[in-house]
Design a binder for this molecule. Sequence first.
Ligand code: GDP
Length: 362
Amino acid sequence: MEAGIVGLPNVGKSTLFNALTAAGIPSENYPFCTIEPNVGAVSVPDPRLARIHKHIETDRILPAVLKLVDIAGIVKGASEGEGLGNKFLSHIRDVDAILHTVRCFEDEDVTHVDGSIDPIRDIEIIDMELMLADMATVDTAISKAQRLVKSGDKETKARLASLEKCKAHLDQEKPLRGLDLDEEEQRLLKSYGLLTAKPVLYIANVDEDAILEDNDHVQVVKARAKDEGGEVVKVCAKLESELAELDAEDRNELLESVGLDEPALDLLARAAYELLGLQSYFTAGEIEIRAWTIPVGATGPQAAGVIHSDFERGFIRVEVFSLEDLEAHKTEKAIREAGKLRVEGKNYIVQDGDICHFLFNV
Ligand code: GDP
């Protein structure tokens, strides 16, 4: 799962990105972190990992990760190449979701590129740049499909029709996430990585004084998201960056002092999961207890494929038990003896929280 952080300059993207990724994930497990400075991983907090560990000894515990890409440089004119925008836009083509960070804090020491704090205007500037980038992509793709369609097959025709549907929507200055596309249309359009078709989670960045009670800026962002059927997570990036520097005890103390139960990361991770229709299953053994992210509805082989593509191809069957079974029977052996270890085949729909052991051919 990969999310791109976008937003105008000086809204707090880097502060948030650094705070979230400072949590310290052992990078040897996530090689992409060490390659690019604007790419980081945050672990998705999941209390079920500790519950599994109570019964299964292991060398290490690895939570699921959300890969974050900090996409700086989107300003008015970005889609035309201003401020290296185009290069940055290309970084978001591959992400699954967009975290649109919006400045909802007042601070005279931090200049706003457009001179005042106005979250709706800011959202619209970014949306417009993303729409312009999509228009350019769609126009190029339509020209190409028109050339091919004469000699082309049914698929080319269907692709052209889907692209034209997108163009008509974009021409009305509406982001594609509001356009109804069926599964087939989505499949035909997937490779274009259309930016405004991606689900958006708004992040309202506030000062400490608005952590508990929403200020006016947060309220307008929430109203906007509601209109779009979207979600907002409120964070104080500045506080998150302070929290990231502390050990667990001091962190809890600081959280408590501002009236929060958990860092924004936990909220954010949950909201991103929900937005994307994701869930976790676990593998548990002596070497590691690990959470893996899958879409709701994934089959046994698809779930295995998240670990390694060979596992998907060579999938034979999966042995499954639940956390409740583990807590009731204490050991895998006892679960097996109680007849609670299920053996499932290729069509099994993996459930949230399943503890899985895959059997496969290589
Ligand atoms: P970016 O350009 O969107 O990546 O913004 P930065 O993360 O670099 O933040 C720009 C400035 O705003 C920095 O000086 C931050 O310290 C400050 N800043 C970020 N978040 C907050 C916040 O919640 N409150 C206040 N007062 N300042 C913030």
